[in-house]
Write a protein that binds this ligand. Sequence first.
Ligand code: FE2
Length: 163
Amino acid sequence: MVIKSANDLFIHLLSDVNSAEKQITRALPKLARAVDNDQLVEAFKKHLEETRGQVERLEKVADTIPDIRIKRTKCYVMESLIEESQELIDNAEKGPVLDAGLIGAAQKVEHYEIAAYGTLCAMAEQLGYTEAKDILAETLKEEKATDDKLSKLAKQNVNQKAG
Ligand SMILES: [Fe+2]
């Protein structure tokens, strides 16, 4: 798609994060099966549910703005981040060390999403898409909360055992 205006860029970035969320929705069950720590399994499962809601929210964002439709595109960053987590799964045994690696991999995903939604919120505000901005801000808040939770889990449980 040709990107000429801020509005075109907004659609492009919205479509990109939509692809990212759909890819991570498909990957999270595999990540939840690969980890050992119960709290981490729960955290991944909960984030899978949240992510499904986030995909729905992106449709809502598009619905609040006239003439905006999410385009088919592929987020190559998410594809690579998921490949890297698969590489860890393929090369480490199930246990605290792999858990520590997958927490790190999940936090890379969260940080990418936080950056993506931060930009989208700022652009929505600039373009006067107030309702869209509020919806995007909800997801941004969830991604930050997930990142904080993963940091706590890493400190409290997994890293101690990974020794
Ligand atoms: Fe997300």
